[in-house]
Design a protein around this ligand. Structure first.
Ligand code: SF4
Length: 306
């Protein structure tokens, strides 16, 4: 891990903390405590495709921190219509046009430090790629969680102790099926720490766009179960913009996924049960925080549900 021991504040006039998930919120808590006198601006980059639960959480965070959270973003629906194709791993223009460009416009030419929520226990994650000139060259990245060697477990505790965990997205059906499958072993669920429990039984691993192409199949099934209107809206976009052969999930149109939703829920049940057995046998999870994320992590990058 490359650890920068100093926050680059020398000539910066603005200090931006992006809030999008538990890691970035922990970053805000740590950084504002570390250098309380800097003129921080908290920024949320909405695309308009977030779930209603996410907006409620953002409001709760602003109330707790006692600072406004400015919303800087562009409608992803508009951007997709403009581009004429669905965003994907190969054409990931969504973050750029809906979040990064609006942020750069918001900052203008001001020398700025942006604080990102990269953790100490994810050295493989690449930080912000600083530009040498042009748009965005005035942004200098800082990673307070890495600077203070804070990993996943510390982040969970920090955020949970303040009652500010992002939406739980609890999936009752998933929980009931796991309990039924475990039978007399279901007591091992009680050994989970609260944040482990949340992660295991969530229908969504992070508070990002409802139709994010990074999500897993069980998350789409969860979206269908909890926000069918948003699922079918995504399905309509897939038909109208994606067209034949260009689907949110390669080779699996959402209409087909909807017909197989129970299969994906069952697969998720199997994954959670397997993880619980491993935990019981090996005593993992408490010590190896990555196991918690291992159940649900999808990588959207620095701006999306991080
Ligand atoms: S959450 Fe997913 S769809 Fe939304 S901007 Fe990020 S990568 Fe794109």
């Amino acid at each position: 891990v490359t650890v920068s021991m100093t926050v680059p504040t020398t000539t910066a006039t603005r200090h931006i903390i992006l809030i999008s998930g538990k890691d970035s919120l922990a970053t805000a808590i740590v950084q504002t405590a570390y250098q309380p006198d800097l003129p921080y601006e908290l920024v949320f980059n909405p695309t308009g495709a977030e779930l209603p639960e996410v907006y409620e959480w953002i409001d709760a965070v602003a109330a707790y921190l006692g600072r406004p959270i400015v919303r800087v973003g562009r409608s992803l629906e508009e951007v997709i219509a403009e581009q004429g194709i669905l965003p994907s791993q190969q054409a990931r223009y969504c973050t750029k046009y809906s979040k990064i460009f609006p942020l750069e416009d918001y900052l203008g030419a001001d020398e700025t430090v942006v604080y990102y929520g990269l953790r100490h226990d994810e050295p493989e994650r690449v930080g912000y790629q600083r530009k040498s000139r042009g748009r965005g060259a005035n942004i200098r990245p800082a990673y307070p969680l890495r600077m203070f060697c804070l990993g996943l477990n510390e982040v969970w505790r920090l955020v949970e102790s303040r009652g500010l965990l992002p939406p739980a997205f609890f999936w009752r059906e998933l929980h009931e099926r796991v309990v039924a499958r475990l039978g007399s072993f279901s007591g091992i669920i009680d050994t989970l720490a609260p944040w482990e429990h949340r992660q295991a039984f969530a229908w969504r691993s992070r508070p990002n766009c409802s139709h994010c192409f990074f999500q897993r199949r069980y998350e789409w099934a969860g979206l269908l179960a909890h926000h069918p209107d948003l699922f079918w809206k995504a399905e309509a976009m897939e038909r109208e913009i994606g067209g034949e052969g260009f689907t949110w999930i390669r080779g699996l149109p959402l209409a087909e996924l909807a017909g197989r939703a129970d299969e994906y829920l069952e697969k998720r049940v199997g994954a959670v049960v397997k993880m619980l057995y491993r935990k019981a046998q090996l005593g993992i999870w408490h010590d190896e925080g990555e196991e918690v994320d291992g159940l649900g992590l999808v990588s959207c990058g620095l701006y999306c549900g991080k």
